[in-house]
Design a protein around this ligand. Structure first.
Ligand code: GUN
Ligand code: ZN
Length: 430
């Protein structure tokens, strides 16, 4: 049994701080003990050092903070090459940039090269798990699973389902994507640390027949996730009410087709009614909130007070390439700004929860990852508290952990990630 130990400041969440108060642990001089890829112990250095095996090496991260790897609950891997594309709002952005970029993924070589870059970029940003959109092409999902497997990551992905509302070369054929999705589930779901998500892009790009087929696949494969977009942008919502005149609202379209349950992740939910919040909450589904994307695409400000009031599960997503940064630190900072504009101050503990344990909970992974409790898989990052002269200067005088974590989330980005570990193995080093 290989034992390794890491000495640093250590921080992680133990529960939802909004519901459970100060549900975090912080060790100013901490030790993380890892055995066979899992957390063996976490606590004060002085106490734990005595419990180590005689041959165990201790790696000392001076001026660093170790915390769980970040979890990105909504991201598109084929959109890395269109981040920061100037334009109008969602529906035009999709036509002008997204669909042309996604068409290139018919080429296995593009799938492989982009997936490799994408996985490396996640790790460079300290993100160790994610829920990922592919394109309509089966090979896109294969490629991202393959790369995640190479790094032993816990990751969920899916091939997009589309059979209308996009260029013809991006639409599923006669069987509406059933055969490819079935093959991918068989090949990847539950293999190593991987999981499958049935991924209808959003209501405007699927016929009712395709949504019904997706719902049937979900019924036949109850342990897979469902991943889609909902209520992101006002024009999108108008389009849905025109395309589905019989539906009572946007959520009803997905509900009617058996797509809303406790393994459903709805990206965005910027514009929700009380009724939708109540129904999402009762179903156990959750929202991936994507603030950098919502501001960049001009979709609006999500309403965290409303989401909390109705106890809707929620966490953070970058939504690359509508989103503008892979960094969950940057995403937390954007979430804080969005909340400020809605008269709510998002605490550092709430934000770090959404980016770690809350994300794990939304993706059904909290039994495995999300914090550093003994027994969990050892996915963690070391943040450099002196990453830039400004960060070093600003953090130096801070005495209280909540203030420290707040300054990190506002000033930090991928430059703070000095090393990323997956299953106890170093997979990225600055
Ligand atoms: N809605 C449907 N497709 C997309 C997409 O690719 N990005 C975003 N942000 N919203 C979407
Ligand atoms: Zn998206």
């Amino acid at each position: 049994m290989v034992q390794k130990a890491y000495r640093a400041q250590i921080f992680h969440l133990l529960g939802d701080p909004y519901l459970a108060g100060d549900a975090f642990e912080y060790f100013k001089d901490g030790l993380l003990v890892v055995e066979d890829g899992h957390v063996k112990a976490v606590g004060p250095y002085r106490k734990l050092v005595k419990t180590l095996r005689t041959k165990t090496k201790i790696k000392h991260y001076k001026n660093h903070l170790i915390m769980p790897g970040f979890i990105d609950t909504h991201i598109h891997f084929p959109q890395v090459d269109i981040i920061g594309s100037y334009g109008r709002q969602l529906m035009d952005w999709l036509q002008d940039y997204t669909f042309p970029a996604e068409a290139a993924f018919i080429e296995p070589k593009i799938c492989k090269e982009t997936a490799r870059f994408f996985i490396q970029e996640l790790l460079r940003n300290g993100t160790t798990s994610a829920l990922v959109f592919g394109t309509v092409h089966e090979g896109s999902a294969d490629a991202v699973f393959m790369e995640a497997k190479r790094k032993s990551m816990r990751l969920i992905a899916g091939k997009v389902l589309m059979d209308r509302g996009a260029p013809k070369n991006l639409l599923d054929g006669k069987d509406m994507g059933r055969a490819a999705t079935t093959r991918l589930i068989k090949k990847w779901h539950g293999k190593d640390r991987l999981g499958y998500a049935i991924t209808p892009r959003f209501a405007p790009t699927s016929t009712p027949q395709q949504l019904a087929m997706a719902g049937m696949l979900k019924a036949q494969n109850p342990t897979v996730h469902v991943h889609t977009h909902m209520c992101e942008n006002k024009d999108e919502i108008k389009t849905v009410s025109k395309l589905f005149p019989e539906a009572s609202d946007y959520l009803d379209v997905y509900e009617k087709h058996g797509l809303v349950g406790n393994k459903t992740v709805l990206a965005h939910g910027v514009h929700l009614s009380t009724s939708m919040c109540k129904r999402i909450s009762a179903s156990g589904a959750g929202l991936a909130l994507c603030p950098t994307s919502n501001m960049f695409i001009g979709s609006g400000l999500f309403n965290l007070a409303q989401i909390r009031r109705h106890k809707v599960f929620h966490a953070l997503g970058t939504d690359i390439g509508g989103g503008t940064s892979f960094s969950l630190l940057t995403t937390m900072s954007a979430a804080y700004s969005v909340c400020q504009l809605r008269d709510l101050s998002l605490s550092s503990m709430d934000a770090f929860y959404m980016a770690t344990l809350g994300g794990a909970k939304l993706l059904g992974m909290d039994g495995y990852v999300g914090n550093l409790e003994p027994g969990k898989e050892a996915d963690f990052v070391a943040l450099d508290l002196k990453a830039t002269p400004l960060i070093a200067r600003r953090l130096k005088g801070i005495k209280r952990i909540k203030a420290l974590m707040f300054a990190i989330m506002i000033l930090g980005d991928e430059h703070m990630i000095s090393e990323t570990f997956v299953m106890g193995k170093s997979v990225y080093k600055q």
